[in-house]
Design a protein around this ligand. Sequence first.
Ligand SMILES: [Zn+2]
Length: 592
Amino acid sequence: MLHRQRSTPVRRALAAGVLLAAGLVAATPVAARDDRHCVGKEAVRLVNGRIHTMDKRDSVVRSVLIKNGRFAAVDRHGGHDDDRCTKTIDLRGRTAVPGIIDNHNHIILLGLRPGHDTRLENANSIREALDTLAARAAGVRGGEWITSIGGFSRNQFFLKDGVARFPTLQELSKAVPNHPVLVYESFNGPSATNALGKAFFESRGIKVGADGFIDAAPFFGTGPSLQALFELRKLQTFAEQKRGLRDAMAYAASVGVTTHLDQGGFPFKDSGFDNTDGAASFDRYRAFDSVQALYQEGKLTNRIWINFLHVETDPATPELQARLRNTFPDFGDDMLRVLGIGEFTAGPFFLPGNEPWQNGTRLVARAGWRNENHSLSATDFKTIIDGWQTIHDELVKEGNTDGISKLRWVLAHVPFITPEYLTKLKNLGGGVSLLGGWRWLTGDAANNGPPFRTVRESGIRAGMSSDGMQISTMSPWINLYYVVTGKNAKGELINAGQTLSRKDALRLYTADNGWFLNAEDRVGTIEEGKYADLVVLSEDYFDRHDVSDERIKDVHSVLTIVHGKVVHDDLDRKRNKYWDRKWRDEHRGNRW
Ligand SMILES: [Zn+2]
C-alpha cells in the first residue's frame, strides 16, 4: 500500500518537479549540467530555515534534504549520493511547517465553479474585494466571466460601512469594466453583478436590481441567484472545469494547503432531489472527471483524497450498495485516492435515525469502510453517535469483536459536542474534525463552537479542516485565527474559553491530521521517510511579536512543496524587509 513500484504519470511528473524546484535557485536546471548523470539522483536541500517539523519532540530544524518526493534527511548532512545533483534553496531564516492537510473540504466543487473563480476570503473591505476582482480580471481575456462563488460573507469586508452589503453594480463595473462579474454568497446567494453581467442575466429572464443585487429567496428553491449560477454552469466546458480545478489547487498551494480530503457534493436533480444546494451541488456521475483527467496528465499539484457523499430516499439505499460492492476503499495512489464514505451516509439531508441513514450506516460498517458524517445542531451529534454505537454493538454481537472501532469514523464540525459524547465517540475509536472559517464568517454568540479546548481535554482524535468553500473559507490561517482568538469576522469574541495556542492549533492541521487520512506514516510531519510536503510561510506564525493575533489570518505561503515538487513559488518576489530584518536579528544573536 505504501510503496507503489509502478511508474504512473503523476510519479513521472513529480520526478520532473524536482527539476522545477532546482530551477528556482539557478538559471541552469540540473538536467542541463549532466542530464544522464543526475537522472534519479535529483535532490533539493532547504537550508537556513526555522523548520517546525511538528514531530513528537516538536523539533525545529535548520535544513532538510528532499529526494524522490520524500524527506531524505532532516537536520543532518547526508542521505544523498551526489552533491552535483542537489540544488540548495536558502530560506534566510524563514519559518517552514509541514504541508497543511485540510481533512474536510469541497475542493472538487470549488474546481467546478463556472467562470474564473476568485477567492475573496482575504478581503477585509469593499475596496479590497474590488481590488481582488480587478487583479483577477487583469489576467483573463476580456468578456470571460470573473466569479466569486461561496467562501466569503458580507460580514467580513463591509465592516467599515457598518452595513453588510455587496459591492454595487456601479462599483463592480468600475473595478471590472471588461468582464461580466458574479459575486455570490454561500450555497444559494444572494449575489451581485456588474453592468455586463446584468445584461446577460436579464437576457435569460433573471431579475437583477438596479444596484446589481440578485436575490437568493426562496432559499431552498429556485431563487434568481440560483438561476444565475445554473445559467453560468450551462456555458462551462470540460476544459474550463479542468482549468477551474487547477486554479483551485493553485490557490490552495498559495495558502499552504497541500492535501485535501474532499467530502463531495449534493447530486443534481435526476436523483430525486431538487437543485436546492446551488454551489454545493454537482453531477455525481461526472463531477470527478476533471480530477481524474488532471491525475492522468500528471497535473495534480495538491493531494486530493475523496469521500463519496451519498443521499438517497430509497430505504434500501441501492446507490450506496452499488458503491460498496464495486469500489475499493482507501485505494489509489497518494496524489488521488478514494478514502471512504462521507459526509453523508445515504440519509437525505441527514435526518439521523431515519431508515436510509440507519441502513446505509450499517452497510458501510459491514463493508469495513471509513465513514464520516457532519454535525451542525445542538442535538444531532447525540443521534449520530448513539446510532453508531447501536450498529457497533450489533457487529460485536455477530462475532465481529472490533465492531467499528478500527474503522476511524469521523464526526465533522461538532459545534456543540459535549464531554459525554466525546467520550462515547472516543470509545468507538472515532475522531472529530474541527473547523474555524465557517464560524469566523457567520458565527455569533449563539452560533459558536466548536469547543476546541474541551475536545483537546477529552483526548479524542481531533484534526482541523476548513469545510470550504461554500459556507467557509479555505485559508488555514483564517481557520487558525478563529481557533486562536475565538473571534468572528466582525471582531466579536464568540468562542471565549475554548481557544488554543498557536502551536496546538497548527498541530491539528498537520501532525494530527495524518490519522484522518489513514496516513499518519506518510504525511503530517517533517520526518525522514515521509512525503516531502512543506510550506515556507510569509511570516513567522509562531512569533507573537511579529505576527499579532489579528494578523494570523494574513499569513500565507511563499513556497509550497508537494511530494518534492515546487507547486507555489513567491520566494524571490517576497524577499522583503520583514525577513531581511529577522535574518539580521538572528545573526546578531537577537531574539531567536
Ligand atoms: Zn462539508
